[in-house]
Design a protein around this ligand. Structure first.
Ligand code: ZN
Length: 81
């Protein structure tokens, strides 16, 4: 046993796409709200790669949940909930 300093493979939150099975880097954040579950000012955030920005966005949009899509990984603050 040599020491504790090995990086852990699945360590703290890397910004990856939220789509199932996708491990691409997230470049977009989709902010949404389900009025049946959330208060009106609450925002859930999904992260998405370029491809899944469309599919995840459509998933939310047909349900009327999608509120905002913003670039992720820029200087803007990105709180993930
Ligand atoms: Zn993806």
């Amino acid at each position: 046993m040599d020491g504790p300093a090995q990086p852990v493979m699945n360590g703290p939150a890397e910004p990856q796409c939220s789509a199932k099975g996708c491990r691409a880097d997230a470049t977009w954040q989709l902010q949404w709200n389900n009025p049946k579950l959330h208060t009106p000012d609450y925002r859930k955030t999904w992260l998405a790669c370029d491809d899944h920005r469309v599919t995840l966005g459509q998933f939310l949009e047909v349900r009327g949940f999608l509120r905002e899509v913003t670039p992720f990984g820029t200087a803007t603050d990105a709180s993930i909930s």
